[in-house]
Design a protein around this ligand. Structure first.
Ligand code: SAH
Ligand code: SF4
Ligand code: F3S
Length: 454
């Protein structure tokens, strides 16, 4: 690779990958790498991959096919192009990726971001087909630590990883294998990173973890849980809003529920996946709770914070799922009531127990059930948004909109809200009144704070 060098990082999958991509860029910046937005300009291309469903993993190979052409093109013009695969496919498949796609020069797993400088110098020395996939999460965070916030600018709404990995072993899921055992970062590291993020302009922080509500750590006065961490974070001046994702129903303790009532900076939105409404399927999934327990939890959350917006994940067509099981999923959706949700056809993943089951559900059945579920979820989302017309609340302005003078902000309930700027800037928290509701967003006007436009 020549200097100065350019890196293009393509991110697939969840917010944890988005966070890791930002960390890669933190590691590369002091090495003279500039991040670019197009593969064609880059000297180094990193695919930060996702292994959660077959489609996600296969995308990587089609991308690598295209990159092979790009690399050949470059070679013909005497220029080099290094290609790396990172993330969960890297962790799950390791050197098998190179066997299938020899265009790949090196591979590193989600816990090995800090190995990047070494991998690049070995690449420069002529080494190829390198694989770095065995570090525990602890090493990763020790090595990256507060460097996470050393970027020249951070988004107004920033991610902060507090927990990584999963010990839950749901029967369908690869995450415990790709991200390893649950690990909680120490509170003082998190607090330091949060302060840096706020100093650099973050107004909102979303705490990230595969099971974020399983986070715990040794802080002042003993063991802290997530509720305690959120209350310490709320004391940071300049920080306006807090969120956290993704939560597991079984780790939702009373204090965390109460935090939605007591912590003024904690926004009334919770992503709380249930996956299925059938007790038989929940059991087969190894979720370790029933539909009734989930609904009870939702009721307790709504008692603490009546306006809380609920979001979820659903899987249709898990092995053995009958029409009756699926009907129970539609029922739990109606009973819980979602502001927003993600739903997927079950995808058999190599190495997971459910993939071995003989009673796989046919594709067309899965497609048909997914369509019915998505129809219901879309109607719920639309009704949720429609109920906001005429209401006023504060939004955090996050980015420019598509039209001139337009800005896009987020409501407390995570809806995208389009407004005309009226002299306000990204990073401002401003009061708005909603004029129109769409399927996925709201349109509003900023209220005049001096003349009390109410
Ligand atoms: N830790 C989170 C979710 C991680 S994966 C949790 O426990 O809720 C994100 C979502 O992908 C899951 O909630 C699930 O709905 C979906 N998912 C995971 N594995 C899947 C598979 N094999 N097939 C289809 N969807 C899957
Ligand atoms: Fe996967 Fe279950 Fe862990 Fe979530 S809790 S990451 S679905 S194993
Ligand atoms: Fe995908 Fe890995 Fe996230 S498998 S969903 S990128 S933890």
């Amino acid at each position: 690779m020549s200097t100065p060098r350019k890196v293009f990082i393509k991110t697939y999958g969840c917010q944890m990958n988005v966070y890791d991509t930002a960390r890669m860029s933190d590691v590369l910046r002091p090495m003279g790498f500039e991040q670019v937005e197009a593969a064609a300009e880059a000297d180094l291309i990193i695919l930060n991959t996702c292994h959660i469903r077959e489609k996600a993993a296969e995308k990587v190979y089609s991308e690598l096919g295209r990159l092979r052409m790009l690399k050949q093109d470059r070679a013909a013009r005497g220029r080099d192009l290094a290609i790396a695969v990172a993330g969960c496919v890297a962790q799950a498949e390791g050197e098998a990726i190179i066997a299938r796609a020899p265009v790949v020069d090196f591979i590193f797993g989600p816990q090995s971001t800090h190995a990047l400088p070494d991998l690049i110098s070995r690449y420069d020395a002529g080494e190829r087909a390198m694989v770095e996939t065995d570090f525990p999460a602890r090493d990763k965070f020790d090595a990256l630590g507060e460097k996470a916030a050393a970027a020249p600018a951070v988004p107004v709404s920033a991610f902060l990883a507090v927990q990584e990995g999963c010990d839950k072993f749901c029967a369908f899921c690869v995450v415990p294998y790709t991200r390893g055992a649950e690990y909680s970062r120490p509170p003082e590291r998190i607090m330091a990173e949060a302060r840096l993020l706020v100093d650099k302009g973050a107004r909102e922080i979303t705490l990230l973890g595969q099971n974020v509500n399983a986070w715990h750590g040794q802080g002042a006065g003993g063991t802290w849980n997530l509720a305690r961490l959120l209350s310490e974070l709320a004391s940071i001046d300049g920080l306006g809003r807090l969120r956290f994702t993704t939560s597991h129903p079984n780790d939702m303790d009373d204090e965390l529920i109460a935090a939605f009532a007591e912590n003024e900076k904690l926004m009334p939105y919770l992503h709380l996946p249930v996956q299925s409404g059938s007790d038989a399927i929940l059991k087969a999934m190894n979720r370790k709770h029933t539909a009734g327990q989930y609904l009870d939890l939702v009721a307790r959350l709504r008692r603490a914070r009546p306006d809380i917006a609920l979001s979820g994940d659903f899987i249709v067509g898990f092995p053995g799922e009958t029409e009756e099981d699926f009907a129970a999923t539609l029922r739990i959706v109606r009973e819980a009531g979602y502001a927003q949700a993600y739903s997927f056809k079950y995808s058999a993943r190599p190495g997971t127990p459910a993939a071995e089951r003989p009673d796989q559900v046919p594709q067309e059945v899965k497609s048909e059930r997914l369509a019915r579920l998505q129809d219901l979820l879309a109607r719920q989302q639309q009704a949720f948004n429609a109920a906001f017309v005429g209401r006023s609340f504060d939004i955090l302005l996050e980015k420019p909109g598509r039209h001139r003078g337009q800005l896009v902000g987020r409501s407390p309930w995570l809806q995208a809200v389009h407004v005309q700027a009226r002299g306000h800037a990204i990073g401002d928290i401003v009061p708005v009144r909603v004029e129109r509701a769409g399927k996925n967003s709201l349109s509003a006007h900023i209220m005049d704070t001096t003349t009390a436009d109410v």
